[in-house]
Design a protein around this ligand. Structure first.
Ligand SMILES: C[S@@+](CC[C@H](N)C(=O)[O-])C[C@H]1O[C@@H](n2cnc3c(N)ncnc32)[C@H](O)[C@@H]1O
Length: 213
């Protein structure tokens, strides 16, 4: 199996560019300008769990310096962009039709010196993970646990990309009807050690830190 996933070209886009806004976010001294669709497609705007994960990195003064990082379900790219600014060598991933927006936001927020530490690749859970190596230092995912039928594929992907030295941060909005807790409390624990490292009660969002057993 190849461990060299193909990078996405700037033409690989199906997300409409017609209705968008550019919004500003501030974390740890960095000002981010994120282009978001005002239509409701799931990966085309910033989700609250993404903001909370960025706030957690800011609060804990997390550094990704020298770390090989992969983000699952990058969407607009806000979390991965902050991880690059915090020193990481970051592979942004999502379904192919989302990734033009991710690339636009990377270009708008990162100077060329930082852009060298980014890759943007298609990774649809359960289908593409074998194209990636298993030696990431850090795996990031914000609001990626919301579709119950995708849980087995997400689990396969996390297992493939990680080893016992990998730190995984997942930020999840605990929507009762979407049973995120089944993934976090029943499906992850047999294979991963996990702890709750941050909770934003007002938004019902939890940040988990995981390592492979
Ligand atoms: C709720 S959005 C969160 C986006 C971003 N992480 C944030 O916090 O703003 C979920 C993201 O996961 C991606 N996603 C959903 N199912 C996926 C799958 N099976 N494989 C890869 N990505 C997936 C979506 O395309 C979307 O970008």
């Amino acid at each position: 199996m190849s461990a060299h996933p193909e990078e996405v070209s700037s033409d690989d886009d199906l997300v409409s560019d017609v209705t968008f806004s550019v919004n500003r976010y501030h974390f740890g001294g960095f000002a981010l300008k994120i282009k978001e669709n005002t239509e409701s497609y799931v990966g085309s705007h910033v989700w609250k769990a993404g903001i909370v994960l960025c706030e957690y990195f800011e609060k804990e003064k997390i550094s990704f310096a020298g770390k090989k990082v992969i983000e699952l379900g990058s969407g607009t790219g806000i979390v991965g962009i902050l991880a690059v600014l915090l020193g990481g060598d970051v592979t942004f991933t999502d379904k192919s039709f989302i990734l033009k927006r991710t690339k636009q936001n990377i270009s708008a927020n990162l100077p060329p010196s930082c852009k060298k530490r980014t890759k943007v690749c298609v990774l649809s859970w359960g289908d593409d993970q074998k194209n990636f190596p298993s030696n990431y230092d850090v795996i990031l995912g914000a609001d990626i646990v919301y579709c119950r039928s995708a849980y087995p594929f997400l689990l396969q992907t996390l297992k493939h990309l990680s080893n016992e030295m990998t730190t995984i941060y997942i930020s999840s909005e605990m929507r009762p009807n979407l049973v995120s807790s089944i993934f976090h409390e029943k499906q992850l624990p047999p294979q991963f050690n996990y702890e709750t490292v941050h909770r934003k009660e007002s938004e019902n969002i939890v940040v988990y830190k995981l390592t492979k057993k």
